[in-house]
Design a binder for this molecule. Sequence first.
Ligand code: ATP
Length: 357
Amino acid sequence: MATVTYDGATCLFPGSDKPAVENLDLQIEDGEFLVLVGPSGCGKSTSLRMLAGLEDVHSGRILIGDRDVTAEEPKQRDIAMVFQNYALYPHMSVAENMGFALKLVGMNKTDIRARVAETAKLLDLEPYLDRKPKALSGGQRQRVAMGRAIVRQPQVFLMDEPLSNLDAKLRTQTRTQIAQLQRRLDTTMVYVTHDQIEAMTMGDRVAVLDHGVLQQCASPRDLYSAPANVFVAGFMGSPSMNLFTLPITPEGVVLGDATIPLPRHFLSGTGEREVVVGIRPEHLELSSTGIPMEVGVVEELGSDAYIYGRSTVNGETQQLVARTDWRDPPRKGDLVKLHVDPAWVHLFSASTGDRLV
Ligand code: ATP
């Protein structure tokens, strides 16, 4: 077990004038499950690969425990990585695939067999030890790839989108298994995904990246309840938070028939004329008063229903989404009103995008 520290770590690919990862500062605790999440191209895989020693660190440092590993070769770092495509050796059995790294470091056959058997038991792979990868399902292959990492008992596990080849149901099952396994093994884990539900359900903390820059690193609960800026607010949560840019009045901002107060220092000192107001779909409620909306689409998901439509906010047409009661959702074409509880409203600076506190 070990902590992981990114200390101003930057990766600039040859021929590019913008770093893929810029000045990343992140401290990962011993035994923590840390998820790196963000849209395609935000730099999450590069961040992981820098830690693995597979990409150069152009400035800054990476530490595992107290050890500066920035200049170390991947095999010196005592980490194990599970890739998206699993990278299993097709000509080797499951047992051989799992034991191969131990063989390379010169462990004797009896010890390898014992370590592989113990790991196979943990992952429900005992019946498949003699099979070749091509005779396994996607989920079983995924577990072999995990097993190959686990047998090495590394200080840190790295996983890059390990569930992306699985169907939706298996993804859900496997994400719970991985989270449970990590808690049992109590080993530091850095896990990359573009899927915010995976990030929120698995991570002790979630680091959100955009354009190579860390936007926020916090517990799932804090990311949801206090996103640090407009990007995090829009990225985390499904469907996304409704965001409106509205003028500031002396009383605050006016949204439908609600007036949302602003922090006093913001009203008096900043000279800002507009503010970004964010409301999650689950915090809008059908009511006799509130923001008017014409329902365009009703999405019924069984336990929930979402209504999507258009509204006129501050004289402009805006798209809006709200969660409603699944038993009695409005219909397409209905005119409804959505009540806003000011306690659930998020406010961001229109000039910087940062959260107002
Ligand atoms: P995805 O979810 O699509 O895999 P990501 O967040 O993991 O995306 P990275 O793969 O880390 O993103 O890429 C970050 C940026 O670096 C992207 O703009 C990408 O085009 C660029 N990049 C990645 N690998 C290389 C490379 N070997 N050479 C040049 N540029 C690269």
